[in-house]
Design a protein. Structure first.
Lengths: 309, 246
């Protein structure tokens, strides 16, 4: 498989604190998600890919080029929307994009700025100063400046963090449409998952500076669905505590009033759950395998940290 | 797609950003200098009479805001994500800051011409402006270096002011050649020597000794120029190949 982004044993330390530890990331063409909890190393990885940070160990490649030594060549073919982007507030959206178009060496910068503003739905606000823009408008301007150089790949860091739920859906829908219509590849880093699974074809999961799993959405869903179950019992806390003691169970966490678990042996598990409920004198209301959402894949992959009891 | 150098475009972008700079504060600052200068007798004396404080303060504010501030506000991350060479960003910011600070100070000097009743064609005015430019070049280089290392707007202002006033007060009373490294004495030597050369005073007793020797003049001129060039080269190397932005 041809990868747009590939890293080999990437490590980065801030003082003695490791931000990345032997990270092996692979990102193919298409829309890819880069998911992980806060502080997992997503932004550090992106900063290395952009040549803003130099890796302490290992190598990072974008389009097959070394991210630190060939950063300028990479940036000619790349668009970036940073987390909480900052643009000069006294510029109008149109004027700022004209400057960016000039930087990319575009022959008709004014016309190109108008095109991308129209593409992201910001035409009506093009003569307003950026400081008057709402969070959603700033994010769309960010997308416009990332697209202005006709990039092959757009790297987007936490694009939906500042947006309301409707804004998130709209933004990701815009990304999906851009990929479909113009074949722009996207690499989206986020910790907000529910909307992402609708647009992503490939997902890389990072936790504590390492890639814990990666693959296309279908294969990951199949891999994790087969072994995740939701159990409803009269005392979930007690049941979860005892469930953790079983060797056939890999991870256990509680969500709402349900116990969730990832199991190693499905066959034995179906016998053990009723036996355990009976032994604890609990009412077993339901036991069902889960359709695996991206959020569930993520939680299972990183160890159910967010919802683990 | 062929990319031309972005230095010119970046400089225009930086200059346009200054429209949002607090204009009122600059006007107030200018007015303060102008009032103070009314009491002066010679055009260069505003530096000795306290204008130096403003020179350091305004350089610290403008350079730190532009450089360390853009790191803090993450604007530099956006710029560094475009196909721009790092040295172009550094030079564009440096040139813009130098032009802005110099523009303000040149404006102050010209504002003083009618206040002091001087002739617009008085050569001393232009000598002073040239000396100011050299000293601002020196100040801007130091301020940019501090900003690049400290990466924090408020802290870099503090470090710059502390360092510059420290140099002025510690080297000022010392022996030659160290005292000529200060802005205060350096300005006096350069101004005194050049004006003497251009307009040697007439004396009925014949030859008049210049107020400063050629060696003193070269020390006063060479120190800020040499320091600036060396720092700028180090800064360009650091920014292009070493500096990391998190």
């Amino acid at each position: 498989m041809e990868y747009l982004i590939a890293t080999q044993g990437l490590a980065k330390f801030f003082g003695n604190v490791p931000a990345l530890r032997s990270l092996n990331l692979h990102v193919p063409k298409g829309i890819s998600g880069f998911i992980g909890p806060n502080g997992a190393g997503k932004t550090t990885t992106i900063n290395i890919l952009l040549g803003l940070l130099k890796p302490d160990e290992g190598r990072a490649y974008v389009f097959g080029l070394d991210s630190w030594h060939d950063s300028f060549k990479i940036r000619k073919r790349l668009g970036v929307l940073h987390e909480k982007p900052a643009y000069p507030g006294n510029f109008t959206g149109q004027r700022y994009l004209e400057h960016v178009a000039h930087i990319y060496g575009i022959s008709q910068p004014k016309q190109r700025a108008e095109e991308v503003l129209d593409e992201v739905g910001l035409s009506e606000a093009k003569e307003k100063t950026i400081k008057t823009y709402s969070a959603g408008m700033v994010q769309r301007l960010g997308l416009a400046q990332a697209l202005i150089g006709n990039p092959e790949l757009v790297i987007v860091d936490e694009p939906t963090a500042n947006l309301d739920p409707i804004g998130r859906v709209e933004f990701l829908e815009k990304i999906r449409k851009l990929h479909k219509d113009r074949e722009v590849n996207f690499f989206i880093s986020t910790h907000i998952l529910p909307e992402l699974e609708k647009v992503c074809e490939w997902v890389s999961i990072i936790n504590d500076g390492v890639i814990v799993d990666q693959g296309n959405m279908d294969s990951l869903a199949a891999k994790y669905s087969a072994s995740i179950y939701r159990i409803e019992v009269s005392d979930p806390d007690l049941f979860a505590t005892r469930l953790r003691e079983l060797k056939i169970v890999e991870k256990v966490w509680i969500e709402g009033n349900s116990v969730h678990c990832k199991v190693k042996s499905v066959k034995e598990f179906y016998g053990e759950v009723p036996r355990l409920a009976f032994e604890l004198n609990l009412q077993l209301k339901s036991l069902q395998p889960l359709y695996c959402t991206l959020e569930e894949i993520f939680k299972t992959a990183v160890g159910g940290k967010q919802g683990e009891a | 797609m062929k990319l031309k150098t972005s230095l010119g475009r970046l400089t225009i972008l930086e200059l346009e950003q200054y429209w949002s700079f607090p204009v009122f504060e600059i006007v107030l600052f200018t007015a303060l200098l102008a009032i103070q200068n009314v009491a002066s007798t010679r055009i260069n004396s505003y530096v000795r009479d306290g204008g130096l404080i403003y020179l350091i303060l305004i350089t610290a504010t403008i350079v730190s805001r532009s450089f360390a501030g853009s790191i803090g506000r993450r604007e530099i991350k956006t710029l560094l994500s475009y196909p721009i060479k790092r040295w172009e960003i550094l030079l564009a910011k440096f040139i813009t800051n130098l032009l802005i600070v110099f523009g303000i100070l040149a404006f102050v000097v010209f504002l003083n011409i009618p206040l002091l009743g001087l002739d617009l064609f008085n050569i001393e005015i232009y000598i002073l402006i040239a000396i100011l430019f050299i000293q601002l070049f020196y100040l801007c280089t130091i301020a940019t270096t501090i900003s690049a290392v400290v990466k924090n707007e408020a802290l870099s202002i503090f470090v710059f002011i502390f360092l510059l006033f420290g140099l002025e007060f510690s080297l000022g009373p010392s022996e030659a050649p160290y005292k000529y490294f200060t802005l205060f004495k350096g300005n006096e030597v350069m101004f005194g020597y050049i004006t003497f050369l251009l307009r040697p005073p007439q004396s009925p007793f014949g030859f008049v000794e210049p107020p400063f020797t050629f060696q003193e003049f070269t020390t006063a001129l060479g120190y800020p120029l040499l320091t600036s060039v060396i720092l700028l080269i180090i800064l360009l190397i650091y920014f292009q190949w070493i500096m990391q932005i998190d």
